[in-house]
Design a protein. Structure first.
Length: 157
């Protein structure tokens, strides 16, 4: 009886491990203009104001194509910014950005972009944050997130 249960448990464990989707945990990279675009194969997380239902927006190739304007804005920001952390990461071509979430506020809907670079030491590889961008999806205005003041600053290029 114990052998049968052990064999059954192993079969379930093996089946559970092998049923992950083909794209789970994959990351794709594409070089453009000395900046590296990193896109995780996950859904945007959408946050709504209190009392509204939270919903996820799946990002497929058609939507990525419609949002290509945002990649152009991020590339421009990296090229023209005064942020020294972003400038240093761009200099050694290690800058990357991740689309973090769609943020639905009372005044606007923002695409939140996480700028940073990979850093490796004795403890392993990790992503170091160099900055945050909020891009208004209606006006295409770019805002830098000021962490200490918890505020958005209009980026004028």
């Amino acid at each position: 009886m114990k052998r049968s249960l052990a064999a059954l448990f192993c079969a379930f464990a093996f089946a559970g491990c092998s049923s992950a989707p083909d794209n789970a945990g994959t990351t794709t990279a594409d070089n453009s203009d000395s900046a590296t675009f990193v896109q995780a194969d996950t859904a945007y997380r959408t946050f709504s104001p209190a009392g509204k239902e939270n919903r996820s927006v799946e990002i497929d190739s058609a939507m990525r194509e419609r949002l290509s304007w945002a990649d152009v804005l991020v590339t421009q920001y990296i090229s023209l910014t005064d942020n020294t952390a972003v400038q240093n990461a761009a200099k050694d071509s290690s800058i990357a950005w991740l689309w973090d979430q769609l943020l639905d506020t009372d005044s606007a809907k923002y695409m939140v972009c996480h700028l940073g670079h990979d850093y490796e030491d004795d403890y392993g590889k990790r992503f170091i944050t160099d900055g945050w961008l909020y891009i208004d999806t209606l006006t295409h205005q770019v805002y830098e997130y000021d962490v200490p003041d918890d505020s958005l600053i209009v980026w004028n290029h």
